[in-house]
Write a protein that binds this ligand. Structure first.
Ligand code: SF4
Length: 273
């Protein structure tokens, strides 16, 4: 493949960038706490025509893809005509339809973001699956996957694909947090008993529990650097509404699934007053 003309390529693709940093509130909190995280947002589930969330059968409806700026975009223009979704679909199609070009852009941008972090004396990490759940082994260029291309960079993801745990044995620069989806409690317990962490969404917006299902809980709302969390913890996340929580008239719709843990859940232990 020839030398990449980054600006011209992006113009031809009709996107401003592939990934970026400090895009979400949580990433901004990471930045405020000294870490630049290069973040990639693909089109989740099968929105692009390609399935990027193999464990997403229960979570795709209330996926955080529909939160933040995109919530307003989707509510105003619909899922398909949201400009943010359209950009994410373009990136996802590029990933499947021209992987060498996608990877050239990705490598270029990670290098650029890393230089930016160094210049500002900040830590650096990469999260490729902000709105997808793909193996980093799928991000391949010239026979090497992205974890091998950047062996000194900290990569991390949340996942609902249990077997990804195997990657942790192979790559010391990769961190995974398994996610509770309301239906995978046994797998969550297995992940925890193997020393891993599990992200759980709690309805309470003010406090986090002391323990959940017998495991200590840490606060996952302070920033997004999950690789800094203490091991074998439940990572508490606040529930964020998405476009799927509102009907055409703007009325709130409760999620029809039980992935959000209520204050009354019998597995929750609160701190004593
Ligand atoms: S796996 Fe993650 S990105 Fe995919 S649909 Fe579920 S919540 Fe969204």
């Amino acid at each position: 493949m020839g030398k990449l003309n980054y600006t011209k390529t992006l113009r031809e693709l009709g996107i401003a960038y592939l990934g970026n940093h400090s895009q979400s509130m949580k990433m901004k909190l990471s930045t405020a706490n000294g870490t630049i995280t290069y973040s990639l947002y693909l089109a989740p589930w099968n929105l692009s025509g390609y399935q990027v969330c193999p464990g997403g059968q229960y979570c795709h409806k209330f996926c955080l893809n529909g939160s933040g700026h995109n919530k307003a975009e989707i509510l105003a223009n619909g899922v398909e005509l949201s400009k943010i979704n359209m950009g994410r679909v373009k990136r996802t199609k590029l990933f499947y339809e021209n992987k060498p070009l996608f990877m050239q852009l990705l490598i270029h941008e990670i290098n650029k973001a890393q230089r930016y972090a160094q210049k500002h004396n900040m830590e650096f990490s990469v999260r490729l699956n902000c709105t997808s759940d793909l193996s980093p082994k799928a991000f391949v260029y010239e026979g090497k996957n992205i974890l091998e291309i950047f062996p000194n960079v900290q990569f991390y993801d949340y996942t609902k694909v249990y077997n990804r745990i195997e990657l942790l044995k192979e790559y010391s620069n990769y961190h995974l947090t398994f996610s509770y989806d309301g239906h995978n409690f046994d797998k969550c317990k297995e992940f925890l008993s193997n020393g891993g962490n599990v992200a759980v969404v709690f309805a309470n917006q003010e406090m986090i529990p002391m323990r959940f299902a017998g495991y200590p809980v840490c606060d996952g709302n302070l920033w997004d650097m999950r690789y800094l969390d203490p091991k074998q913890h439940v990572v508490a996340l606040h529930y964020h509404t998405t476009a799927a929580n509102y009907d055409r008239n703007g009325n709130y719709i409760e999620p029809d699934d039980d992935f959000v843990i209520s204050d009354e859940n019998e597995l929750v232990e609160w701190y004593a007053d």
